[in-house]
Design a protein around this ligand. Structure first.
Ligand SMILES: Nc1nc2c(ncn2[C@@H]2O[C@H](COP(=O)(O)OP(=O)(O)O)[C@@H](O)[C@H]2O)c(=O)[nH]1
Ligand SMILES: [Mg+2]
Length: 437
């Protein structure tokens, strides 16, 4: 018990280490929730805004998670999940060629453990206040199974981080999870976090269980989405080949029947090194997902927004230009009509001048010219009627409507240009905040 008390008192007295840039997380949080989302919300850039927000929030939370766990940065994260005692820790030990992780740990003692590549040995724990503390590995290593057996270590430590130099760990971070016995809320929430930060999930099944139980099936259907999922049927050494095959095909059937999409189902034994090589190969092949997606994702959204706004600006300018051209034409037509009116009018005046003043009352010309005069008057009044009611009025009406429309477009144009400026500003701001990434 002395070792355990020593370990716990060291954890309690140790000063937390600053592993993450709290200020940066706060700045990014402000940027996302006080700048970016409200800006998109107040604009009409996206029809499916909520989807964009969802994407932003998802990327943000996984960025925060990685930033808070620097040992995951630029690493391929492989999580081992499954029921207690399925053999997760034993499998990881076999992959490390070393009995590093404690085996046969009781559920209450089991603490999720990250084993990450590091140039030198470092042992950290995250306590219940979410403080990360650097602890001497020896202090932990000396704890015996007996000491831990009836002690609920997992209620004092959220997780353990062990970084050390092992060639099998290059570019990797392996997560050993305590195992899911019953799918309760707390377990589920933890599992979601694990799934979110992992590049691949290895689900370990004890061959002696004979298959996958219903609660685990439900779990997969609800939570493992878009992550490469592998199944390891462990403890193959405990069954003859025939029975191994039977369990394999039973699991295969269950997976297919339940629409659980997975990459591979492999037979394994942590007790037999002949299986180790191919599992190591398989893990090395898992391509590292781009962990710093956050920066490029947010930039992508900002650029996409700019593109959309620019397109809108172009469209507005085009429409405005077309309306202006149309009004110029209408004005020209009105002027032409006016000119033609003046021409007709001048013709009449000329006729009157010519015939009435000088010659109308000369003998012999009266009747002839009166007829001509009335004909001209009729023609002119017909023309007048046509002229005012149809062409000019209609043209004037359209011009008025267009002018209003042009004003509206100018207004929208100003708004869009302001929005574009604001997005440009946000782009620069984000670049500044994320500078050292
Ligand atoms: N026979 C056999 N026993 C195994 C194998 N893998 C693990 N075990 C045993 O199963 C028990 C639980 O293993 P452990 O790694 O602690 O399981 P975990 O709870 O999933 O981490 C231990 O007693 C291991 O020795 C295996 O491949 N074959
Ligand atoms: Mg274990």
């Amino acid at each position: 018990m002395d070792n355990l008390i020593n370990f716990l008192s060291i954890i309690a007295n140790e000063h937390p280490i600053a592993t993450s840039d709290q200020e940066k997380i706060e700045n990014v949080n402000k940027f996302i929730f006080e700048d970016l989302i409200p800006l998109i919300d107040s604009s009409n850039i996206y029809e499916d805004e909520h989807l964009v927000f969802e994407k932003i929030k998802k990327n943000y939370s996984s960025w925060v998670n990685i930033t808070k766990k620097p040992w995951l940065k630029n690493k391929c994260v492989i999580a081992f999940m499954g029921k207690f005692s399925a053999g997760k820790s034993s499998i990881i030990n076999s992959l490390l060629d070393q009995k590093l992780l404690p085996v046969d740990v009781t559920p209450s003692t089991a603490v999720p453990t990250y084993i990450s590549y590091g140039s030198s040995l470092s042992f950290k724990v995250l306590d219940n206040d979410e403080d990360i503390k650097n602890i001497d590995f020896e202090v932990y290593k000396v704890l015996t199974k007996n000491e831990l057996k009836n002690f609920p270590l997992s209620s004092f430590i959220r997780y353990i981080v062990l970084e050390y130099n092992n060639k099998n760990l290059l570019n990797k971070s392996i997560l050993d999870t305590p195992g899911i016995s019953s799918i309760d809320y707390k377990d589920t929430r933890k599992a979601i976090e694990v799934i979110q930060e992992s590049d691949a999930i290895f689900w370990v099944i004890d061959i002696n269980d004979g298959g996958i139980t219903q609660d685990v099936q439900t779990f997969f259907l609800n939570y493992i989405i878009n992550k490469p999922l592998y199944f390891i049927l462990n403890k193959a050494d405990t069954k003859p080949p025939k029975e191994q095959e039977a369990v394999l095909s039973k699991i295969e059937k269950t997976l297919i029947q339940n629409n659980i999409s997975y990459k591979k189902l492999i037979l394994y034994s942590a007790k037999d090194i002949k299986y180790t090589k191919s599992l190591k190969k398989l893990i090395d092949k898992i391509i590292k997902q781009n962990k710093n997606e956050f920066y490029s994702e947010i930039n992508y959204i900002l650029n996409e927004s700019l593109k959309k706004i620019n397109n809108e600006i172009i469209l507005l300018k085009e429409t405005k230009f077309k309306l202006e051209i149309r009004n110029e034409r209408l004005e020209k037509t009105i002027n032409m009509e006016r000119q033609s009116f003046i021409n007709h009018f001048n013709k009449l005046v000329n006729f009157i001048n010519k015939n009435f003043r000088e010659r109308l009352f000369f003998e012999g010309a009266i009747i002839d010219n009166t007829q001509k005069f009335y004909k001209l008057i009729n023609k002119f009044s017909d023309y007048l009627e046509n002229f005012t009611s149809d062409k000019i009025l209609k043209n004037y009406e359209e011009m008025g409507k267009n002018k209003l429309n042009i004003l509206e477009k100018s207004d929208s144009l100003k708004k869009s240009e302001r929005l574009r400026n604001n997005i440009e500003k946000l782009k620069n701001k984000f670049k500044e905040i994320m500078e050292d990434n």
